[in-house]
Design a protein around this ligand. Structure first.
Ligand SMILES: Cc1cc2nc3c(=O)[nH]c(=O)nc-3n(C[C@H](O)[C@H](O)[C@H](O)COP(=O)(O)OP(=O)(O)OC[C@H]3O[C@@H](n4cnc5c(N)ncnc54)[C@H](O)[C@@H]3O)c2cc1C
Ligand code: SF4
Length: 344
């Protein structure tokens, strides 16, 4: 059985108190919300903070407030998000992403803040201490070499959060609070393409809220590739959002890829290609080709990287067809049933 290492624990009741506790020794302290990522990581000694600051008792972080959009406290669980009709109707892409994170049990504990700050993943890192020790560790923790690309100067571990690509496509922002101030930044600016320093959040900052703008006339969707539909992390995901005029002309569009890099990647050129015309099959093919360009999957997660790169185009196609109103979920279920019958 893997045991947690010893650590100090604080349970503040306000954001202010949490930020003050973080400010004491930010590099040795970690926040814990649902604990579904950080606690297993501590058991595997991937993360070994001497102090944990628990956020479960901070009621300010549990609120969902309506204004000119929606402000979601970082401590809101994924189950609450999935059960919130406002999110399902106005921000379908976020709803679909949250509904596909892990399992019901993990969504009951896991929060939106924890999901956005989720550690990056890699086959050489997501192992217990003894396994990692046997390969002399790696650059992300305790070692000096990257086993995925031995000449790489940086870690290439994969961003595996489901909600971040969806929030990026929806143009969301986050609020970060520290003892002596706070700032709002676009979700896109929360991430860096570096498997170790994957967040621009400073160690003394608490992510307190996610803010979604009002999106009249927008539709959004999220498609996720994983081996087991019941609970696996994404090995490719596509979030797409578009503003459509009454005649179907695209007025604005964003396509974001997840799990293809150490951060979510917006396929800017692909989004621009859609603007000014309806989402026809030709437009989808052009945008899907352009969107697959920035996908740089590495050989450090499930499935072959060549195949993952190839199906990026297909997944962008499913997302865009769904945006224009096709029932893609049912279409994909039909294909899966036919494939099963052909095998059996
Ligand atoms: C078997 C399994 C399957 C999983 N599958 C998926 C999946 O398919 N998709 C997916 O996205 N995730 C998956 N996860 C990961 C995890 O369950 C979710 O990402 C969850 O949302 C994390 O939220 P949490 O509140 O539990 O985070 P925690 O574990 O509490 O924290 C995660 C990280 O965020 C930091 N943090 C937490 N709250 C804040 C805050 N307010 N401000 C700043 N930093 C903060 C913590 O310090 C830590 O670094 C899986 C986990 C397991 C064990
Ligand atoms: S990408 Fe390289 S450095 Fe990063 S976790 Fe994997 S093996 Fe380690």
């Amino acid at each position: 059985m893997m045991r947690l290492p010893y650590f100090n624990y604080h349970a503040p009741r306000s954001v202010r108190e949490a930020a003050d506790l973080l400010a004491v020794a930010p590099d040795e302290t970690m926040l814990v919300a649902g604990g579904t990522d950080v606690l297993p990581n501590m058991k595997r000694r991937q993360q070994v903070p001497s102090t944990l600051v628990g956020l479960r008792l901070v009621s300010e972080l549990q609120q969902v407030a309506e204004g000119d959009g929606l402000a979601i406290g970082s401590g809101v669980t994924l189950t609450r998000l999935v059960n919130d009709g406002r999110i399902r109707s106005a921000y379908a892409g976020l709803w679909q992403a949250a509904a596909q994170v892990a399992t019901p049990h993990l969504r009951n504990m896991g929060t939106i803040g924890g999901n956005l700050c989720l550690d990056t993943r890699c086959n050489y890192y997501d192992q217990n201490y003894e396994w990692r020790k046997a390969i002399d560790f790696c650059m992300k923790k305790d070692g000096g070499t990257c086993w995925v690309a031995t000449s790489s100067p940086k870690c290439l571990a994969v961003s595996s959060t489901d909600t971040a690509p969806a929030l990026l496509a929806l143009g969301a922002t986050v609020t970060l609070v520290r003892a002596d101030g706070e700032r709002d930044i676009p979700v896109a600016d929360l991430y860096r393409n570096d498997g170790i320093h994957y967040l621009t959040r400073m160690p003394n900052e608490v992510l307190t809220a996610v803010r979604l703008p009002r999106l009249d006339g927008w539709r959004s969707t999220y498609w996720k590739l994983r081996r087991r539909g019941a609970f696996d992390f994404p090995v490719l995901s596509v979030a797409a959002a578009a503003k459509l005029a009454a005649d179907g002309t695209v007025e604005a569009a964003r396509i974001v890829l997840g799990a293809v890099s150490s951060r979510p990647v917006e396929a800017v050129a692909a989004g621009s290609l859609l603007v000014g015309a309806p989402i026809t099959d030709d437009a989808i093919a052009r945008a899907a080709d352009a969107a697959a360009q920035p996908a740089r999957p590495m050989d450090n997660t499930d499935f072959s990287l060549v195949w993952r790169k190839r199906v990026t185009r297909d997944f962008v196609g499913y997302a865009l067809r769904e945006l224009r109103g096709d029932d893609m979920r049912e279409a994909r279920r039909r294909v899966a049933r036919q494939e099963l019958l052909a095998v059996g």
